[in-house]
Design a protein around this ligand. Structure first.
Ligand SMILES: Nc1ncnc2c1ncn2[C@@H]1O[C@H](COP(=O)(O)OP(=O)(O)O)[C@@H](O)[C@H]1O
Ligand SMILES: [Mg+2]
Length: 275
């Protein structure tokens, strides 16, 4: 048998093509379970030739930072802007500083993902990755159940890419900063109660629900920040978390002028969870 080099083609991408703050889209590098519900929504760019460009930081937090990322196909008008939530870990501290991106990052991160999936010792050491994975699973489960959460695009180690929730083309503000009209206030409460009911029927509570973890996309609310979703049936502390969620929500709505009661809400949700 003779060796014919022309029969081999390599699907390589020359690294020199991406600038600092850019990388090739990682969508197809991650394993299927690390990609969101299929088929993806039509706005999502899934082209293999897509390039991710860092647009900057949206919010810094205690455990994670949220960045804006553009995923676009060079030379076309196909593009979308995503929210990249990155849990802090030594590996990600210099994430957007060039070389880390291009040098073997894909391999390392999909190894992280596999390890976390399998719950190996190595995986257990990757604490930030575990938070990311926990939030990833919650987003997928709740999105599938019709709860208003951002569409989960993909997870790669400590980074979750998700739909950027917007209002008027800009990142949506948090509910905490809003002063809705009485009608909108009532509608907002109904939306949150419905979302909490769906969670309760699934046997879980958000665990850190507050007007800071709810975004106002015009007249629609979207719930975010879900790494700590708690089981309210199996976890003895679950009902306490649920009560705290109810109190945070009702306190804010009351302060805005809507007469709602956390005990009533809690009883209704608990009945759903144990019913
Ligand atoms: N999908 C998203 N779309 C728009 N803004 C987002 C999104 N995810 C997070 N943010 C913004 O980033 C902030 C921090 O995100 P969050 O998930 O609450 O993380 P943290 O654990 O730091 O509180 C949010 O308050 C919100 O302003
Ligand atoms: Mg938050």
């Amino acid at each position: 048998m003779t060796y014919d080099a022309t029969r081999f083609t390599f699907d390589y991408q020359p690294l020199a093509d991406v600038a600092e703050g850019q990388r090739f889209s990682t969508y197809w590098d991650v394993e299927p379970l690390s990609r969101g519900p299929q088929p993806p929504p039509s706005w999502l760019v899934t082209d293999r030739a897509a390039v991710d460009t860092e647009l900057g930081i949206l919010k810094t937090g205690k455990e994670a930072d949220v960045f804006l990322l553009e995923r676009a196909v060079p030379g076309s008008d196909e593009s979308c802007i995503l929210a990249a939530k990155r849990y802090r870990s030594p590996e990600h501290r210099n994430f957007h500083r060039s070389a880390v991106y291009t040098e073997g990052r894909r391999g390392r991160n999909s190894r992280d993902t596999r390890a976390v999936n399998k719950g190996t010792t190595f995986g257990r050491q990757v604490a930030a990755g575990q938070w990311a994975w926990a939030e990833w699973e919650s987003l997928n489960r709740l999105y599938g159940a019709g709860v208003p959460v951002p569409y989960p695009v993909q997870v790669d180690g400590t980074e979750i890419l998700m739909e950027l929730v917007t209002d008027d083309q800009a990142p949506a503000p948090r509910l905490a900063a809003q002063r809705p009209s009485p009608d909108l206030l009532r509608s907002y409460f109904t939306q949150i109660r419905d979302a909490m009911s769906t969670l309760a029927l699934l046997g879980v509570a958000h665990g850190d629900l507050s007007p800071y973890n709810i975004l106002a996309a015009g007249d629609r609310l979207v719930i975010i920040d879900l790494p700590q979703v708690v089981d309210i049936v199996a976890n003895p502390a679950g009902p306490e978390f649920l009560m705290r969620d109810c109190r945070n929500i009702c306190t804010w709505f009351r302060a805005r002028g809507l007469e709602v009661d956390e005990q009533d809400l809690f009883s209704e949700l608990i009945a759903g969870a144990f019913g």
